[in-house]
Design a binder for this molecule. Sequence first.
Ligand code: ZN
Length: 152
Amino acid sequence: MSVYEDKNCYYCRLSAGPDESEHFIRFWTSLDSVVYLHRDQSLPGRVVVASVVHAEDLSELTSDQYTAFFDTVRRISQVISSAFPLTEKINLYLCGNNGQFRHPHMHVLPRFTGDRSWPDFISDFQQPYWPTGDPRYEEVISALHQRLMMEL
Ligand SMILES: [Zn+2]
């Protein structure tokens, strides 16, 4: 498989679509990864990192693709912790069990002492999201984007 090739794949369709979608706002694209702000910002800074390359499983990526994907996860984790200094721990959530989600992607979940499920694992979306166009999305994106730019 190559870049955005699988039309049945949620993340391939997402990457080929507009910047804003039902659950995500795309704000960073590199040669290897796409970073989406999750509309559930009950955990401030929550994002999803998706590989640019489609694969059914991480093990199908080349060593370079695999390394690049996890390097983006590492960098965005550092950026989130910097932008939100009260971050206690970054949780990483990788699944993709459902067929349409079998594309390498990682939920990056900043956790805060006293958040709604601390310290247990959390995977649910807190809805309703902020409305589309809510300036708080841009504030979070700006904080993350500036720090990503400084890292280059
Ligand atoms: Zn895909």
